[in-house]
Every structure is written in structure tokens, then in C-alpha cells.
Write a protein that binds this ligand. Sequence first.
Ligand code: NAD
Ligand code: UDP
Length: 358
Amino acid sequence: MPASGSRSRIAVLGGGGFLGSHIVPALLARRDCVVEAVDLTFDKLAVPASDRLVLTRANIDEPGVLDKVVERADTVLSLTALCNPALYNKDPLAVIDANYTDLVPLVKLCAKRGRWLLHFSTCEVYGVVALDGAGQPTRTMNEDDTGLFLGPVHKERWSYAAAKQLLERLIWAYGNHAGLRFTIVRPFNVIGPRMDFVPGVDGEGIPRVLANFMGALLRGESLPLVDGGHQRRSFICVDDFVDGILAILERPLVCQGQILNLGAPDNDVSIRGLAELMRAAYTMVTGTGAPPTQDVTAEDFYGAGYDDTRERLPDVSKATRLLNWTARTTLADMLPPIVADYVARYRSARSRAAAGAA
Ligand code: NAD
Ligand code: UDP
């Protein structure tokens, strides 16, 4: 049995990452539980010490780590991943391991020990565009009806989506045939403070679009629009997303055995449109002009094997019905505070990096 006394114990694997750094404080503030956050680093996690918080700095691949963490927990939130599209065609072996191979033991342990596994999958499983089970185009992506349409194998972009999809199928099979209590969440482009890194300051390479545009704005360099930026995403504010996760935790009986989209269809925008909104927010926050956008080809930007999702719009009717939840924050409301957070956080970090380089 979990050793947390009368309080429930929630393990958050990947609790030091972008989403984890928002979920862990929310759990501590809004639920009477013990939280064990597990990660390689906790640099993003700014929470006061508490007897309800255990930080376990560990690699979940290390022998015995998952076994002990799962044994101690009632519920396991599984967020560890390599989930940066720039890696999917550059390092697919690591991407497949992080998103599938390394997590197979977790699924088995949760089934064996009777723990509720709340697994973070991805909207990427829907693939290039929304198609129904017969291959006909649909507008939105639905958990129970939409097919999963990935590009050819040589388009290594889909290594992540395929790994996530296979893990979903494994979890589903353990649920259906071996008694695993599970919920699978498919997040749709969550954005907020502390997402990824700013290249040259606290990471190298190409982060996800919000952080990459922020890096360009902070450096005064043009914002790169891959293939013209015509691709569309619907961005959900991390605060709305966290509300959805907490609503799931409050409703174990209705959510177990379910796959749930968590997204904000009203915030559907082209990447070009996002760039313009971020440029405007940057000007509003800093009082200075923003650099322009610049078209780049996917091949030049990400290299061979990249491919893209053209349009990604969630059907959130199931989440709304089961959770009595809906994302409320508009892009106009969320972007200025996110941009302001990056500007404040990275102003001092950039000057330290510049001083170090001099
Ligand atoms: P993130 O990269 O910020 O966080 C992942 C965390 O896992 C990192 O802190 C990393 O250090 C940790 N980690 C990775 N491998 C580990 C290992 N072997 N041992 C210990 N820790 C390890 O990502 P995120 O944006 O917070 O995403 C969390 C989850 O949600 C992921 O599973 C991701 O696929 C999924 N997701 C996120 C989004 C989004 O918009 N943020 C969208 C779709 C899916
Ligand atoms: N993108 C872009 N410029 C960038 C970074 C990304 O045009 O600097 C595009 C990318 O090609 C994709 C979209 O923005 O079409 C969203 O990228 P993100 O990295 O957030 O991941 P995705 O939504 O594809 O998983």
C-alpha cells in the first residue's frame, strides 16, 4: 500500500518540466495530497519547501526508480518525454525510447500494483489532418471517432506520434485486458511561462514555437515562419490546462478508461497569425518595436525527414461533458503576460550569458 498516511500520494514523473512546473504547485495548493515530483532537474519548479512535497532527482530508466515511486503512490501522472519537434527527425531513436520503450515498465507496474495511471499523450497522434475512420476529412479531432493518420516512415517527424500512439494502445490493452486503471490525456499545444528554453541562454537547438518566437523577439531577430506559417494550431493557456487536469483527478470514476482531448478550439490560429499576435504583445510589453517575420523552408529549418500537421482542432465535447470544464482564456488575454514573463525572466539571464561570453 502507498505509505502516505491518510493523504493520497500523487507521483508526477517529469514534474520539473514545463507542464510539471505548473501542475505540481497547483496540486499542492488545491488538493490535500502528498506530491512526489520526479525529474532530472527542478530548475523550473519554484515552490516553497513543504512536508507535502518530495523531490526525487532521478532518471526513470535507472533500475528500481519506477518500482519505488509507483509503490509509494496512489496515482501516477506520467509526463516524461522528449517532446520537441526539432528532435523527432534528428534523434528519433532517443524520441522513441523516451516516449515508448522507457514507459512500458511504468504501464506494467501501474497495472500490477493497481495504481491510477494518468498518462500525458499528445494531439500529435491525430497526425497530418483530421480524418474519420473511413478516411473522410473532418473538421475537429475526436478521441473516439477520428482516425490517426501519420505520414510515411521516412518522414521521421512521425516517430514521436507513432511512439505515443503505441503507448496509448498498450495502456488501453492493459486497461481492457489486465485491469489497469488509466486515463489518457491528449494536450493540444499548451503555452505559458517556462516552456522549453531560449536558444543560447538556457538550451541549444530549436524549441517549440512559442519559445522559439520568444527567443527571436528577445534577440531582435526575425521570427522564422516554416513554409509560410500557414499551418494552424489551437493554443491553450497552461492555467486552463491545469484546471482540466485537476478536474480529472477529482473525477476518477468517470475519467478512468477514457481518452480526453484538452485544448482550446476557440484559439485556432495560423502560425503566421501567432507570430503577429506575439509581435504585438512584445511591443505592448516592452514599448519597443518587434523584429519582422521571415519565411523559411521546413527542409532548411528542421532538416530532412520533417513533416507537419496542417491543421489541429480539438473536439472538446467529451472533456466538457465529463469534467464540466472548458478553456476560457483567449490568445489576446494570455499572450501579453506570457511575453512579459519571458522578458523579465530572460533579461537577466541574457545579460549573464553575454557577460560570460565576453
Ligand atoms: P517538458 O519537456 O517540458 O517536460 C518533460 C520533463 O520530463 C522534463 O523536465 C525532462 O527533464 C523530464 N524527463 C524526460 N526524460 C526523463 C527521464 N528519463 N527521467 C526523468 N525525467 C525525465 O514537456 P512538457 O511540455 O511539460 O510536456 C509534458 C508531457 O505532455 C509530455 O509527455 C508531452 O509529450 C505531453 N504534451 C505536452 C504538450 C504541450 O503543449 N506542452 C502537448 C502535447 C503533449
Ligand atoms: N514553427 C514555425 N517557426 C518556429 C517554430 C515552429 O513556423 O520557429 C511551426 C512548425 O513548423 C509547426 C508549428 O509552428 O507547424 C508548431 O510548432 P511546435 O514546435 O509548437 O510543435 P507542433 O505543434 O508542430 O507539435
